[in-house]
Design a protein around this ligand. Structure first.
Ligand SMILES: Nc1ncnc2c1ncn2[C@@H]1O[C@H](COP(=O)(O)OP(=O)(O)OP(=O)(O)O)[C@@H](O)[C@H]1O
Ligand SMILES: [Mg+2]
Length: 386
């Protein structure tokens, strides 16, 4: 068994996503118990109902595995008011420590994955719906949040039309369901083709509501379809959801280093981890089997190498992928054997492998339901709820 010092050193890899510092530095490692064949770690949280418990369990286990410790319990307590104010002072946070916010509302969601790209039209939305359906066919519970408030396309791609999401007696918006996926989009609230002008605070408020006021419930994955580019939405989401990770979509053409660099800069700018890269529009194979590299070769691999993350898949151009998106049925559901479907299903399996779910230790079983977090103070219009 490693020594206490070695364990502490390993735990420096466990970052509090909200405070953006490691738990050792933050003084949040309350207790380490070294047993014969296991190590138990107790972490002190800032709030009792901290939504990031799951994150800490995963991160502590990973850190311990790195030094050869395969078993043990991760448990939690709460910093005392004195400890909290000392920490707050040390961090120079006058307005108090963060308490979860939007991240809290998604406490039942194991993985939040933002699907983004350096430029538009590379297939983010198409891949989002098909990856979501592929994850669902692997037995995962999946939600899709369309965060492209300007050019939303998720409702159409999932065959959801004029229906408006119902509101529960608790005033939570219930996501619509399609192909076993929970779906939310601004498209459900605005008249088709109407141009909504999103000013900064309004955008922030709408995204906050999508996260906090929607009854997402328990999900293995929430995929968030981002608008193109590196704008406000990505910045806002990364603030609201520090635990989310990026999946970058690129075309083979993006060997142009500047696009790769822009995507890398986006990830750094919003300080979210990049989980991996998917190359889309990776060549076209004719029915006779002849392959054309219409958009060139190598962009996905070059971006993945630049970011030092895995290339999770290469999805070819196929007509059915486009046609089924237009028809509102994900191709992976309609024709799982289409070459694009196969590539997307493989990508989904790569995603699952890259996001292992922890077995929750007994101490987390039977926890009382988390309190509903109050909205962060934001200004702006509310979603036009029924
Ligand atoms: N592999 C593919 N094969 C064939 N058509 C594809 C493929 N990927 C995407 N498309 C088509 O390309 C178009 C753009 O795709 P999509 O809307 O998913 O891109 P996007 O990155 O979400 O765009 P935006 O940046 O505007 O949000 C769509 O018509 C879609 O059906
Ligand atoms: Mg899109």
């Amino acid at each position: 068994m490693p020594t206490r010092e070695e364990i502490l050193q390993a735990l420096e890899a466990v970052i509090d996503p909200e405070l953006r510092k490691n738990v050792v530095e933050l003084g949040m490692v309350r207790d380490i118990t070294i047993r014969e064949d296991a190590v138990d770690v107790k972490i002190s949280l800032t709030t009792p109902g901290c939504p990031l418990r799951n994150h800490f369990v995963v991160a502590v286990r990973k850190a311990l595995r790195g030094i050869g410790v395969e078993s043990g319990e991760v448990s939690f307590d709460t910093l005392s008011p004195e400890e909290k104010s000392a920490l707050q002072e040390r961090l120079g946070m006058k307005s108090g420590l963060p308490t979860g916010g939007a991240a809290g509302a998604l406490a039942g969601v194991s993985n939040v994955i933002c699907v983004g790209s350096g430029k538009g039209g590379v297939g983010k939305s198409t891949l989002t719906v098909n990856l979501a359906a592929a994850l669902a066919s692997e037995g995962k519970s999946v939600g899709v949040l369309d965060a492209d408030v300007w050019g939303y396309s998720i409702p159409r791609m999932l065959g959801l039309g004029a229906e408006r999401p119902p509101v529960s007696p608790e005033r939570k918006i219930l996501p619509l369901e399609a192909h076993g996926l929970k779906v939310m989009s601004i498209g459900f609230f605005v008249a088709e083709d109407s141009a909504v002008v999103w000013r900064g605070p309004m955008l922030h408020k709408a995204l906050t509501q999508f996260l906090e006021d929607v009854a997402w419930g328990e999900l293995d994955y929430l995929l968030i379809d981002l608008p193109p580019g590196t704008g406000d939405v990505s910045m806002t989401l990364s603030q609201l959801l520090p635990q989310s990770r990026f999946l970058l979509v690129t075309t083979p053409q993006d060997t142009a280093q500047k696009v790769a660099r822009r995507a890398a800069e986006m990830a750094t700018k919003v300080s979210l981890d990049v989980l991996g890269v998917v190359e889309n529009m990776s060549g076209f194979t004719t029915p006779a089997g002849e392959r054309f590299a219409i958009f060139g070769e190598g962009g996905g691999q070059s971006l993945a190498s630049e970011l030092d993350v895995p290339l999770l898949g290469k999805v070819p151009l196929t007509m059915p992928l486009r046609a089924q998106a237009d028809a509102g049925d994900p191709l992976v559901v309609v024709d799982p054997d289409d070459p694009a479907s196969q590539a997307i299903r493989q990508t989904a399996r790569g995603l699952i492998a890259a996001t292992p779910t922890p077995e929750l230790p007994p101490v987390l079983a039977g926890l009382p339901e988390l309190p509903v977090m109050q909205n962060a103070p934001t200004t702006g219009a509310s979603l036009p709820m029924a």
